[in-house]
Design a protein around this ligand. Structure first.
Ligand code: NAP
Length: 218
């Protein structure tokens, strides 16, 4: 598939490399392609993944079948609005973002919760895109390799209003090795998936590592 990942942070780079490894045609979107290509962390990574092109967010999204939002949560809605409803119409839009607010230090608070979520805000911003909340509940490295924690059989989630879009995302997760993928229903369930992060950051503080995940036992 033609997959565009928006954002060149650790999540964007990790997912982009993972999708490429699984045989997809990947493009990375960034605010400033020239500036990003000279950024130390990015140029080191690009040395190993030179085949993945870099473009502005809007240009990168134009030809994609699947667009992944891996931008900072505070910037996600404006980034998606900037790409525009026209370029995202009908596309699967995988939202990996979390609404973390570090302005008061650690642990962060959630900038939206309880009555709304970033996933829903993004779906409202681009109503014709098919938004699926996914991957946001685990660390970047674990997203693309579930075998990094436990026996590799922990749980991830999808939430979204479009069944076919969720199937597409399930397929991408399965390629990474995920087997326990729980469908949470509509995009409103993004509230729960994002609020899990309040517990996740505290567990990270307790364990001293982000390499863990939850496993649902029925
Ligand atoms: N880190 C994890 O393991 C993890 C796990 C689960 C979910 N998440 C979520 O996934 C998303 C990406 O996380 P991340 O850790 O890769 O990095 P991040 O620090 O949250 O930022 C990701 C990227 O957002 C882009 N961005 C666009 N507008 C921005 C602005 N105004 N200010 C700052 N950045 C802006 C930047 O990419 P460009 O410079 O290329 O434009 C930046 O590299 C976040 O929403 C995060 O909460 C992270």
């Amino acid at each position: 598939m033609r997959i565009t990942v928006l954002g060149t942070g650790v999540v964007g780079r990790t997912l982009a490399a993972g999708f490429e490894r699984n045989g997809h045609l990947v493009t990375l979107g960034t605010r400033d392609p020239a500036g990003t290509s000279h950024r130390d962390d990015f140029s080191e990574w690009a040395g190993q993944h030179g085949a993945i092109p870099l473009a502005t967010y809007a240009d990168a999204a134009a030809d994609a079948e699947v667009v992944v939002n891996a931008t900072n949560g505070a910037a996600s809605v404006s980034t998606i609005e900037g790409v525009g409803a026209e370029k995202l119409a009908g596309k699967v839009l995988v939202d990996v973002s979390n609404p973390l607010d570090f302005s008061q230090g650690f642990p962060p608070t959630l900038s939206v919760k309880d009555t709304d979520s970033l996933g829903e805000q993004i779906q409202r911003a681009v109503p014709t895109a098919r938004v699926v909340k996914a991957f946001n509940t685990v660390n970047a490295a674990v997203m693309v390799d579930p075998r990094l924690v436990g026996d590799g059989d922990t749980t991830v989630f999808v939430a979204g209003d479009d069944e076919a879009a969720k199937e597409t995302v399930r397929g991408l997760m399965t390629e990474f090795g995920w087997s326990d993928i729980v469908d949470m229903g509509g995009i409103g369930a993004a509230r729960g998936l994002e609020m899990w992060i309040a517990l996740w950051v505290r567990l990270m503080g307790t364990f001293g590592t982000p390499m863990f995940n939850l496993k649902l036992v029925r």
